[in-house]
Design a protein around this ligand. Structure first.
Ligand SMILES: Nc1ncnc2c1ncn2[C@@H]1O[C@H](COP(=O)(O)OP(=O)(O)OP(=O)(O)O)[C@@H](O)[C@H]1O
Ligand SMILES: [Mg+2]
Length: 324
């Protein structure tokens, strides 16, 4: 759930319950003419997590990321990274952020290693040992001498992440790094993200497909029409709000009975005629007992899980865009 966010105190004074806030947007807003691309966005990303930033095309993800990186100025609101305001302390704090915004700019005719060397020479202060380290991290050591032209899409994306890692940043901001990857590429990306968090990195990763990032992320923030609509763990997103699916004879009768109860007023039948309902005391066994006592012997009772893509569509198609 999203709450009003207070000013971020110095990192070492933050409560351990939520961990350190590494990225914090405060009423962040960007307006282009009459169109509000990002609308009062309040978001916190904690140290060591991989947070997904999800939304359909045009939702405002890239605009948010550009503001977080100081590439464009907000119309109002602010971004703090590691407790420091980007507008006033950007030059100090942004070197601690690695970024990949949309597709990485790579020299296709050069090797992976030479791409890294080219960027390193522009940045300055990056050792050859660091280049070895990032090649290892992204799993491209064995292919470092091959031209990037011969790389798969997933390898190119990982080389982009390697570039973002050159300065050993605390926070990685990746805009659609899984875009177009096949399932194997997504697994490689997930493994890479796990290696990064094991190193103490924090990752903020955008996508327009929930299925793409559900394996990669620990939490997701969903944005639609520039507004935050949900912040949740993947687990909670699919838990189905504590509902149960009951297959039972005379389902219509059972539905009428359940709907008459306070805990069952949202009950309904699904497309296959099964009863979908909350339970008294939120426990499946109590629901079972209730039904049996009323003369309904259920065939099966299972906890409802939601199809992630369906959840995402429901959240982003509603058009209300309000914080829930
Ligand atoms: N420079 C700009 N000038 C005018 N409008 C813009 C500009 N940049 C973005 N927008 C608008 O702001 C909204 C958000 O765009 P943004 O690129 O942030 O979306 P996104 O979530 O990254 O989408 P995608 O998944 O397609 O990458 C869109 O309506 C877009 O048309
Ligand atoms: Mg985008």
């Amino acid at each position: 759930m999203v709450e009003n966010v207070m000013t971020v105190p110095a990192a070492n004074t933050l409560p351990s319950l939520t961990g350190d806030v590494v990225l914090h947007t405060n009423n962040l807003t960007k307006q282009y003419g009459k169109r509000i691309a990002v609308n009062n966005l309040n978001l916190e990303v904690y140290r060591g997590e991989v947070m997904g930033f999800l939304g359909p095309n045009g939702a405002g993800k890239t605009t948010t990321i550009r503001m977080a990186l100081g590439l464009i100025a907000p119309t109002s609101g602010s971004v703090a990274i590691l407790g420091q305001d980007i507008a006033s302390h950007g030059s100090r704090i942004l070197p601690r952020v690695g970024a990949l915004v949309e597709t990485p700019a790579l020299y296709l005719y050069m090797s992976g290693r030479n791409n890294l060397r080219a960027v390193a020479s522009v940045l300055g202060g990056v050792s050859a040992a660091r280049i070895d380290t990032v090649l290892d991290l992204v799993g491209l050591r064995a292919r470092q001498k091959d031209r990037v032209r011969t790389y798969s899409l997933g390898m190119k994306q990982r080389l982009g992440v390697a570039i973002a890692l050159l300065q050993d940043p605390d926070l990685l901001i990746l805009d659609e790094p899984a875009n177009g990857l096949d399932p194997a590429g997504i697994v490689e990306m997930r493994d890479l993200m796990h290696r990064l968090t094991a190193e103490g990195k924090t990752v903020f990763i955008s996508s327009h497909l929930l299925t793409e990032v559900q394996q990669i992320c620990t939490r997701v923030a969903i944005i639609n029409l520039g507004k935050l609509v949900k912040v949740s763990t993947i687990e909670d997103l699919i838990s189905g709000h504590g509902e149960f699916v009951v297959t039972v004879e005379r389902a219509q009768e059972a539905l009428a009975l359940v709907k008459a109860q306070q805990w069952g007023k949202d009950a309904r039948l699904d497309t296959r005629g099964a009863l979908v309902t909350s339970a008294p005391g939120k426990r499946g066994r109590d629901l079972n007992l209730f039904l049996v006592n009323a003369g309904f012997v259920s065939e099966t009772i299972t906890q409802s899980t939601q199809d992630l893509e369906q959840v995402f569509l429901e959240l982003t198609n509603s058009g209300t865009g309000g914080v829930q």
